[in-house]
Design a protein around this ligand. Structure first.
Ligand code: AHR
Length: 524
């Protein structure tokens, strides 16, 4: 309940005069009540063979004039390393269920070209297994491999896993070595099924649970029954529900929970929460009235997590099974003039707020939410990075992630900071959310996502026993609601030093501007 109080405040602010009542908020940082560790993996990324995410976005090929290391663009690697990407999910998404891993190994010239039936265009397979793990090593991240469950078999999965992880003298391990990788690849997580209720085969939860049990069995996880000396230590992630489909969660957990380490959830921010209306929301040039509705839809993540956690807590009270939100983010009308199936959209200050609001929610659910993967890393949906030839833009979402890196593996600290509610067409949501944590560097960090486009707030947060004399940090904001960055053009929006913080009278005082994301460090 504590976490809910900190995020979803309902009470009107009960102090000061009515005129000032909305802009001064008294609250408290409860460092005496530390919570769980906020898994670094909640800042995970997703890279799918979709549009220009892989090709152009990550892979340009070794012969490209664009600077690269073994075909992987150097600017993208540098930018992703800077935000300490903790995990990347690959190769899909829907694409995973039409992917044949064998197409993507061996000499590049001999790799088959396939139709990408989900997202259009041709898949050259130039970027396959070895290239993905090279990319992961270059950005120093954990790996999350989504296997093909819908159009392949457990035998195909087993062969890929042996190729990836076998330390033995078997033919698949030898084939990997012959293809240039002597050591096993480091597979940290494996996804079994993707949107099994939809693009992954339109399955019922009962049918999926049975199929999942079969695949999970033949995954041969090290340490599972009979398998004390296998090479597969990856955590197994079952395809979970869409949005608030708690029936899927319940049936799959009850029927297959024992064979999984985590279950996924997909929740996208779409106009009115309705896929049919998705194209009504534009990424840029939107009317001011669209601001609140999108941020309301993003803030629904809170209630959606709560619904699933209630089910999970019944079936798995010890919280062994993680909830991985392995697809989330905004999904707007694609940019005019681009291929609709490529899901290319711009990314504005509003998306930076979506990211801040969502990360704050994940922090408050850190006991169950142990991974999340924003969709997607480059050039697709709510991307970190946009490319145009050799040009690269860091999006406002990228900058939110950059500012939140101290929260990776930090210890959650509850904050009570009652926010007024803002109205949107479909509901209401807190004007701001606050999250705090003790980071691995021993310092306490406080993040504020202020969704109020019209008003700033002065927060006065009691520090309790928390010692500190100095506050420093960054703010991400802009004059325009749709401030965004374009490859090759001067940045419109980037973090700036935050000068609105100080400590006085045992309180952290923060002067938070309208429509901003602020992260501060308390020290001294
Ligand atoms: O992220 C784009 C697509 O959205 C993914 O491929 C799919 O899993 C989801 O429907």
């Amino acid at each position: 309940m504590r976490r809910i109080a900190s995020l979803m405040a309902t009470a009107a602010v009960a102090f000061a005069t009515p005129a000032a009542a909305q802009d001064v908020i008294n609250g408290a940082i409860r460092a005496d009540q530390p919570g769980p560790v906020i898994a670094r993996h909640i800042q995970g990324q997703f890279a799918e063979h979709l549009g220009r995410d892989i090709y152009d976005g990550i892979w340009v090929g070794p012969d490209s004039a664009i600077p690269n290391t073994r075909g992987i663009r150097s600017d993208v690697v540098e930018a992703l390393k800077a935000i300490k990407v903790p995990v990347v999910r690959w190769p899909g998404g829907c694409f995973a269920d039409i992917y044949n891993w064998r197409d993507g190994i061996g000499p590049a010239a001999k790799r088959p070209v396939r139709k990408n039936d989900w997202w259009g265009g041709l898949e050259t397979n130039a970027f396959g297994t070895h290239e993905f793990f090279d990319f992961a090593e270059q950005i120093n991240t954990d790996t999350y491999v989504a296997i093909n469950m819908a159009t392949a078999t457990p035998a195909v999965m087993r062969e890929w896993m042996d190729y990836l992880t076998s330390r033995g003298e078997d033919t698949l391990a030898q084939e990997r070595r012959a293809n240039g990788h002597a050591a096993p690849f480091k597979v940290d997580f494996v996804g079994i099924g993707n949107e099994a209720w939809g693009c992954g085969g339109a399955q019922t939860p009962e049918y999926f649970a049975n199929e999942y049990r079969k695949f999970a069995t033949f995954f041969h996880k090290n340490g599972a029954t009979f398998h004390m000396h296998n090479d597969n230590s990856a955590l197994r992630v079952a395809s979970g529900p869409n949005n608030d489909d708690t029936k899927w969660m319940e049936v799959v957990l009850k029927n297959a929970g024992e064979q999984m380490d985590a279950i996924s959830l997909h929740y996208y921010t779409v106009w009115h929460g309705d896929w049919a209306q998705r194209d009504s929301a534009m990424a840029t040039g939107f009317p001011a009235s669209h601001w609140n509705e999108i941020l309301y839809q993003a803030s629904r993540m809170e209630e959606i997590l709560r619904g699933h956690e209630a089910v999970m807590d019944k079936v798995d009270p010890k919280k062994r099974i993680g909830l991985f939100v392995d697809e989330w983010g905004t999904w707007y009308r694609t940019e005019p003039g681009t291929e609709p199936g490529h899901l290319y959209q711009q990314n504005t200050l509003r998306d930076a707020l979506v990211a801040g609001i969502t990360l704050n929610i994940f922090h408050a659910h850190a006991d169950r939410v142990r991974m999340a993967n924003i969709a997607q890393a480059v050039n697709v949906l709510q991307a970190m990075l946009l490319t145009d030839g050799d040009k690269l833009a860091k999006t406002p979402t990228y900058y939110t992630f950059a500012m939140y890196t101290p929260f990776q593996d930090a210890t959650f600290i509850p904050v009570n900071a009652p926010a007024p509610m803002l109205k949107a067409e479909s509901g209401s949501f807190p004007a701001f959310t606050v999250s705090a944590a003790k980071a691995k560097d021993g310092k306490t960090y406080v993040a504020v996502a202020n969704a109020d486009k019209d008003k700033g707030y002065k927060l006065a947060l009691d520090l309790g026993g928390l010692k500190g004399s100095k506050v420093s940090g960054q703010v991400l904001t802009a004059a325009k609601l749709d401030a965004h960055n374009t490859p090759g053009q001067k940045e419109e929006i980037a973090p700036a030093p935050f000068n609105g913080g100080r400590i006085g009278g045992g309180k952290l005082l923060l002067d938070i501007p309208a429509k901003s994301v602020v992260v501060v460090k308390i020290e001294g």
